[in-house]
Design a protein around this ligand. Structure first.
Ligand code: MG
Length: 377
């Protein structure tokens, strides 16, 4: 199956370029180079030691943020390929979509944001991701950061939300008020499909959920499972379950492709400019699959994200970020030299925030243990 949205594809030769001009590569185009730069970045490797949902130690085969990212890239690339969009741009955006996440997932983001609010500032993982690729990665002699193309930076800024002029002054160069290209619009729904199905999978392995309950809460999943059970009645329940996850991913990805085709047709867009000016995003699930997704999310929230095992870990690490934040604010020269030497130009709370946000979960816990003996407050 290949549907041609070729006229809506972002043409790589029209990329606006990099902050620091560079000669072209002999055989990789600009988006391919960006994708490769992300894969080789330190912030990308750190994803391995950042929690997705389940803390490390519960199991050796649950997702972490790195394996989650690879699953998002697989889904996003498939959608881009079928719609004839630019797969390299899509993949670069999928691979970078979570690099701005601080330790301890959303709980950590909230804590950092609260600490920053005391200084009239804020923490936002999308803005942090841009700062990583613009400043913090130091791998090139001629410029700071990864020197990515405008389109990849714009897509990073907009992968999960649109914004109006002035809403985020730091983002004013990234065409506020306009939708991003379809390649960037794929990332958020691909992320959703990846984590909803993966969390269901991991939660089943962790014995947190019963299949009867899932089938009741999400009837569409119940139908998929029933088909699998009829087709493979001799297989073990575990294998039947895994087949049902495969089938659920496929059902949702097909729904994303179909929903996007419908939305593009209904909107009448015929150029990249139309997509940018369209009042809403066009990459979306069909209504039926959106309903199933909403039901699944609701089920996961109650039975997984608010479960005892996930809550216990959150409680164990709660308070570590605020405690470290205040420790470094008390005397910012305690920061590592690379941060402390910027104290004259950059406000201390910003440096402390950058330092903590860049840590992996494991590193933050170790530092906390060294300083305070490992007790959360
Ligand atoms: Mg994600």
């Amino acid at each position: 199956m290949k549907l041609s949205f070729r006229n809506l594809r972002f043409p790589v030769e029209q990329a606006r370029g990099r902050r620091y001009p560079e000669p072209p590569h002999p055989y990789r185009n600009e988006f391919q180079r960006d994708r490769d730069r992300i894969v080789h970045a330190r912030a990308f490797r750190r994803l391995e030691n950042k929690t997705q949902v389940f803390p490390p130690g519960v199991s050796d085969h649950f997702r972490n943020r790195l394996t989650h990212t690879i699953e998002v890239a697989q889904i996003a690339r498939t959608v881009a390929m079928v719609l004839d969009l630019d797969e390299d741009l899509t993949e670069a955006l999928a691979l970078s979509h979570d690099i701005g996440h601080p330790p301890f997932a959303h709980a950590g983001e909230k804590e950092l944001d609260q600490e920053m609010a005391r200084f009239g500032d804020r923490f936002d993982h999308n803005l942090h991701a841009l700062r990583i690729v613009e400043q913090f990665e130091r791998r090139y002699a001629r410029f700071p950061g990864l020197n990515l193309t405008f389109e990849v930076r714009e897509g990073m800024a907009k992968h999960s939300r649109d914004f109006e002029p002035g809403e985020f002054p730091e983002l004013d160069e990234y065409l506020p008020g306009l939708r991003p290209p379809l390649e960037a619009q794929i990332i958020d729904p691909a992320d959703e499909i990846a984590y909803n199905t993966a969390d269901l999978d991991d939660a089943y392995s962790a014995n947190l959920i019963s299949l009867d309950e899932v089938c009741h809460a999400v009837p569409a999943y119940g139908e998929l499972l029933e088909t699998i059970q009829t087709q493979y009645c001799g297989a073990s329940i575990q294998v039947q379950f895994r087949e049902s996850i495969r089938s659920l991913i496929d059902w949702l990805v097909s729904g994303l492709i179909e929903g996007t085709v419908q939305a593009v047709k209904a909107s009448g867009v015929s150029s990249l400019d139309d997509i940018r000016r369209c009042p809403r995003r066009l990459v979306r699930l069909t209504e039926e699959r959106e309903r199933a997704t909403v039901a699944l999310k609701k089920y996961l929230l109650r039975n997984v994200y608010q479960s005892e095992v996930v809550r216990a870990e959150r409680e164990r690490t709660a308070g570590m970020i605020p405690r470290l934040f205040r420790y470094y604010m008390e005397d910012p020269t305690r920061l590592p030299v690379a941060y402390a030497e910027q104290l004259e130009e950059v406000p201390a709370h910003r440096l402390v925030c950058d330092y903590l946000a860049g840590m992996t979960d494991g590193y933050l816990i170790r530092i906390h243990e060294q300083l305070f003996g490992g007790q959360g407050s």
